[in-house]
Structure formats: structure tokens, C-alpha cells
Design a protein around this ligand. Structure first.
Ligand code: RFL
Ligand code: PHB
Length: 391
């Protein structure tokens, strides 16, 4: 067995862990990242596609924004469709803000490259990661790599290991309060090397279910349709997917859709989840380890980044000023933002999906919500403010 000591151990090399590692490294705080999977596996996961301005600024400030600025697509608005009618929500005209379309895969790739270049340590394929003693000032993290056991003593553990990680699972249940809503549907997503059907994202409500037209670049598109929670991706041939997507879009858009062989097809369940608090002694949770939003508001990745934007300065302040004020404030500060993003993601999900259980009354309420949004600048500003990112 090997034993050593570092200041911070970060568990998970997703966007939260890698960004935290980058921010700490730039401030001279020594952090090791332990990741269960291989680099290729991490880069093979197709996930979020929309960055808030605050996320983009954070990446830029961390010196990993060059490719995002060069290749990311600036979007000044989105389209919302309802039973074949569409309304554009013009973020720029309403509130002078925009979002950037740049895939999570690319964000991760840029962060991995920067970390490799700086020589900061990431242990990939770290097996059986376990944590102990986080209620003391000397927590311990253990793992195995290539059959060899390792032990790291540290000052802090950052649990950035996603919803199924070991960090939150290691907290005694009595210390944790969780809030959850599981939706009775998921999103079937397809990635295709064809130009996007429109210049902006289209979120469409249809009586057959929700559909989303998104993109990764001017040549690569990402489309989703709402499917029942128990659905299997294997049951969906490409033809079946394209037919269903066309049926849910307005006829003019459906006509323009460029289809082709899918290069990825998978189903993501929809869930709202929050764990409170985010700090347990010397253990902090950040990103999907602490909360999940349904993807409808494009908040998951952005929320993970916002946690890290709060956690990194708190840890840096501890080392620079010997002050615990920042780490004491982290949980409450992050949770206030998290709940607002939970609310917005739940609201957009409620407006746009078909909920089997709410019946005709629910559909009329959704229609009224869409009509209100169409006619009210205040409602549009609210959507724009939340979608482009709250402070
Ligand atoms: P991640 O990206 O899940 O990274 C966590 C990392 O921790 C590793 N890990 C462990 N490492 C060591 N030991 C253990 N015991 C470990 N357990 C786990 C994992 O391998 C992984 O590398 O969390 P992070 O960094 O908090 O980032 C959050 C975002 O990834 C997430 O919020 C979004 O991707 C959510 N999400 C989506 N958000 C959107 O805004 N739009 C989307 O279209 C969208 N699609 C998705 C998604 C999340 C999905 N998941 C989690 C199932 C699609 C999927 C399939
Ligand atoms: C995506 O491109 O994957 C995407 C975009 C917007 C969302 C969710 C997913 O709200």
C-alpha cells in the first residue's frame, strides 16, 4: 500500500471536478483528482450542450476558454413551439444576454488537456474509492489502481462524483435531507452529422410528447423526444425516431429536417433531486453529486459549474487567509441558487411535456401558460433571465 498527503482530494473528473481542480491549481492549492472511469469513457458520454454566460466566463477566467470562444455558437434566443405554433424568446432584445452552444464533451476535453499540460495529477480508473474521517480535520481517501491499494490523507474532500458517486452515499443518512421528484418519462436523444434544422434551439410541446432540436456545431445536430420512463433505446430504429420527431414539430420545420444515421442514441431519465446540506465537516458536495435537474432548462452542467464557482474561492480563502468563513457559507450560498434552478427546470418541464396523469385540465393549463408567455414581456423576461443564468 502507498500512503501520502495532499491538500484536497477531488472525487470525479466530470466538469465539476475538473473545473474545481483547475481553479485550485491556478491558486497554488494542491489537488489530486480520482476518477473511476478511463479518459475515453468520460469523453464518450454525450450530455449537455448549452453554457450560460457565467459558465463561459468561469472557463475563460480559468484559462480554458479559447476553443469555446472560437468554436462555440452564440445564441441570442430560443424558440418555443406549442401544438405547431412557435414563439421566439429573444434573450438579447429582452435582457441583453445570450448563451453559448458548446458541448459538455468539448468542455471536458479542454479541461483535460489543460490539466495534462500543467502536469496536475488525475488518477483515472481509480477503483473502490472510499472516504473516511471527514468529521475530523484529517480525512482519508482510499482507492485501488491496477490492483495496488493507495491511501491519501488530506484537508478536504470535494465530492464531484455525480449522482451515483461514493461521496453522498458515505454521509450518514441522518445528516442528510433529500428532496426528489421522478418524472414518468425520459428523453431519447440522437446525435447526427447533419446540419441543425434551425439556427436556434427549438423546444416543442406536442400532444404526442415533447421534442427538442439542439446542436453541437453547424454540422452536427442533437435531437430529443419524450418517451415513457420504461422505454428502451433499442426499440427505436433511426427511421422510427425521425418519424416521431417530425410528427412533433411544426410542419415547416419538419419539412426542413435533415436526417441521417445516428452516431449516438440513448435514453436519459428525468428527475429533480436536491440533497441538503452540501457540507459535512471536511467533505463538500458539488454538481450532480448534490442535485439533479431535468434537462429541459439546460441547467445541469451550469449548476455544477456554479457550485464550483462558489467552492473554489472558499477553499482558496482557507489556505490564503486561514479563514473558514467561505467554507462555512458555501452550502447555504450554493443551495439558494440550486433551488432557483430546480424551480426553473421543473417549470419548463411542466410546460413542455405531456403528463399522462393530468388529463385535459393539465393540457388547458399548459396552453394558458404558453399563451401568457406569448403575450407577456414580463413572462418572457423571466424565462430569458433564468435560461441565460441567474447571478
Ligand atoms: P458528472 O459529469 O456525472 O461527473 C462525475 C464523475 O465522477 C465519476 N465517479 C467516480 N469517480 C471515482 N469514484 C467513484 N465512486 C465515482 N463515481 C462517479 C464519474 O465517472 C464521472 O466522471 O457530474 P458533474 O461533474 O457534477 O457534472 C454534471 C453534469 O455532467 C450534468 O449535470 C449534466 O450532464 C446533466 N445532463 C444534462 N444536462 C443538461 O444541461 N443537458 C443535457 O442534455 C444533459 N444530458 C445529463 C444528460 C446527465 C446524464 N446523466 C448523468 C445520466 C444526459 C445524461 C445521460
Ligand atoms: C443538448 O443539446 O443536449 C441540450 C440542449 C438544451 C437542453 C438540453 C439538452 O435543454
Amino acid at each position: 500500500m502507498t500512503a501520502r498527503r495532499v491538500q484536497v482530494v477531488i472525487i470525479g473528473a466530470g466538469p465539476a471536478g475538473l473545473t474545481l481542480g483547475r481553479l485550485l491549481e491556478r491558486a497554488g492549492v494542491e489537488a489530486v483528482i480520482l476518477e473511476r472511469r478511463s479518459p475515453d469513457y468520460v469523453l464518450g458520454r454525450i450530455r449537455a450542450g448549452v453554457l450560460e454566460q457565467g459558465t463561459a466566463d468561469l472557463l475563460e477566467g480559468a484559462g480554458v476558454g479559447d476553443r469555446m470562444r472560437a468554436e462555440g455558437l452564440i445564441h441570442d434566443g430560443i424558440e418555443i413551439g406549442f401544438d405547431g405554433e412557435t414563439r421566439r424568446i429573444d434573450f438579447d432584445a429582452l435582457i441583453g444576454r445570450h448563451v453559448i452552444v458548446y458541448g459538455q464533451t468539448e468542455v471536458t476535453r479542454d479541461l483535460m488537456a489543460a490539466r495534462a499540460e500543467s502536469g496536475a495529477e488525475t488518477v483515472y480508473e481509480a477503483a473502490d474509492v472510499s472516504i473516511a474521517g471527514f468529521d475530523t480535520v484529517r480525512p482519508i481517501v482510499r482507492y485501488r489502481k491496477d490492483g495496488v491499494a493507495h491511501e491519501i490523507t488530506c484537508d478536504f474532500i470535494a465530492g464531484c462524483d455525480g449522482f451515483h458517486g461514493v461521496s453522498r452515499a458515505s454521509v450518514p443518512p441522518s445528516a442528510l435531507r433529500t428532496f426528489e421528484r421522478i418524472y414518468p418519462f425520459g428523453w431519447l436523444g440522437v446525435l447526427v452529422d447533419r446540419p441543425p434544422v434551425a439556427e436556434e434551439l427549438i423546444y416543442a410541446h406536442h400532444e404526442r410528447g415533447f421534442a427538442l432540436c439542439s446542436m453541437r456545431s453547424p454540422r452536427r445536430s442533437r435531437y430529443y423526444v419524450q418517451v415513457p420512463a420504461e422505454e428502451k433505446a433499442d426499440a427505436w430504429s433511426d427511421d422510427r425516431f425521425w418519424d416521431e420527431l417530425r410528427a412533433r414539430l411544426d410542419p415547416v420545420t419538419a419539412e426542413k429536417l435533415a436526417t441521417g444515421p445516428s452516431i449516438e442514441k440513448s435514453i436519459a431519465p428525468l428527475r429533480s433531486f436536491v440533497a441538503e446540506p452540501l457540507r459535512f465537516g471536511r467533505l463538500f458536495l458539488a454538481g450532480d453529486a448534490a442535485h439533479i435537474v431535468p434537462p429541459t432548462g439546460a441547467k445541469g452542467l451550469n449548476l455544477a459549474m456554479a457550485d464550483v464557482r462558489a467552492l473554489a474561492p472558499a477553499l482558496i480563502e482557507f489556505y490564503d487567509d486561514r479563514s473558514e468563513a467561505g467554507i462555512d457559507a458555501y452550502s447555504a450560498k450554493a443551495l439558494s441558487r440550486i433551488w432557483k434552478a430546480e424551480r426553473f427546470s421543473w417549470w419548463m418541464t411542466s410546460l413542455l411535456h405531456v403528463f399522462p396523469e393530468t388529463g385535459d385540465f393539465g393540457r388547458r393549463i399548459q396552453r394558458a401558460e404558453f399563451d401568457y408567455l406569448s403575450g407577456s414581456r414580463a413572462a418572457q423576461e423571466s424565462l430569458a433571465e433564468n435560461y441565460t443564468g441567474l447571478p
